[in-house]
Write a new protein. Structure first.
Length: 135
């Protein structure tokens, strides 16, 4: 197989989600759900009263994680997400609420079903990785 036979890489997840505007829709809806879903109360409780800064940080993180501009690392350094969240109790209830909000926000804001099949299992793993309290 020669160089011309190598398939061209497809569009990045960042582009498939709609770039910055798509990620902003997702994160905005995600935090609106966190403020309103009863099953997200435990997750909401570990956040500050205003979710504005949390939303911005998730937007920045997802930008780079999905293949777009590395906004989070440029501004805050390496993500080290688990370490950054050690101050908060994260157990099964918090993870379930966070994932429920993320899945619903995703289903309401991202039209690319195949992208969801790629990304949502990774998000599930990320949620579980954040656990710092036994169930």
């Amino acid at each position: 197989m020669g160089p011309s036979d190598t398939p061209a890489p497809g569009p990045l997840p960042y582009d498939r989600i709609g770039g910055a505007a798509g990620i902003r829709r997702l994160t905005s809806r995600f935090y609106a759900l966190m403020d309103s879903r009863p099953d997200a109360a435990a997750c909401r409780a570990i956040h500050p009263p205003s979710l504005e800064n949390s939303e911005q940080k998730l937007f920045e993180y997802l930008s780079g994680w999905l293949g777009g501009p590395p906004l989070f690392t440029d501004k805050h350094g390496p993500p080290m997400l688990r370490r950054r969240h050690l101050h908060a109790r994260i157990g099964s209830e918090e993870i379930r609420g966070w994932l429920a909000c993320f899945r619903q926000a995703w289903s309401e804001t991202v039209a690319d079903a195949a992208l969801g099949e790629e990304i949502l299992p990774q998000i599930q793993g990320l949620g579980e990785h954040m656990r710092n309290t036994p169930s």
